[in-house]
Design a binder for this molecule. Structure first.
Ligand SMILES: [Zn+2]
Ligand SMILES: [Zn+2]
Length: 221
């Protein structure tokens, strides 16, 4: 079976199911409480098993339902080593905020007090270049830090799942511009991603996907 990507528009973010010859994996897991929605989608595709929960970075809108999904499906959770501590503490490290990100950051501390994120310990700690073949999927991890220090992209076939390195929620796709633990690293990571020449880029928010030309254009802005 050829790879098939199913995009799920969740409350705040986007998650992806990747169907491959060995089964199906999940990329990102929405905010807390979205596990039912994700599970129903997996079932509707005809699967009763989930192979892996890959988390692009430790922000609540990407790992919020991961622990609940692991509880139900038994699927291991994988995240880059540098984001594992924040995730295990139920934290969302927004770094320094710019533009309207500043307001969101202030609101976030209130939201977190009333609606804490489940602390989520990863089963698999990823590093740049890790190959996921032993987990049944031909995929490679590309460390693309900046938004968070452990932000990673998953390269599968000719596609890349990039989390919040790139956002496509505005009129046109942009390199992340609201939150970063390291602003300079964002640019370096974009270049690294472009160097892997993905044909389809799946962002963590907004419309999708971006093509290779749109991706390269981001480096010129
Ligand atoms: Zn994020
Ligand atoms: Zn996000």
């Amino acid at each position: 079976m050829a790879l098939k990507v199913v995009s799920l528009k969740l409350f705040m973010s986007r998650a992806y199911l990747v169907e491959h010859s060995g089964g199906v994996i999940l990329v990102d897991a929405g905010i807390p409480g979205e596990e039912g929605r994700i599970l129903r989608k997996i079932e509707s595709l005809g699967y009763d098993d989930l192979g892996l929960i890959f988390i692009t970075h430790a922000h609540v809108d990407h790992y919020g339902s991961a622990a609940a999904l692991r509880e139900i499906t038994g699927a291991p959770i994988a995240v880059h080593r540098a984001d594992s501590e924040a995730m295990s503490l139920g934290e969302t490290r927004l770094g320094t905020a710019r533009g309207r990100g500043r307001l969101v950051k202030r609101m976030y501390s209130t939201i977190q007090r009333f609606w804490p994120t489940p602390p989520t310990t990863a089963d698999i700690l990823l590093e740049d270049g890790d190959d996921l073949t032993n987990l049944g999927l031909k995929a490679r991890v590309l460390h693309t830090p900046g938004h968070t220090l452990g932000s990673s992209s998953l390269l599968v076939g000719d596609g890349a799942f990039v989390g919040d390195l790139v956002t496509a929620s505005g009129r046109s796709p942009r390199l992340q511009r609201y939150f970063a633990e390291s602003w300079p690293l964002l640019r370096t990571s974009l270049k690294r991603l472009i160097d892997t020449a993905p044909q389809i880029v799946h962002p963590g928010h907004g419309r999708n996907p971006l093509g290779s030309v749109e991706l390269r254009r981001l480096a010129l802005n």
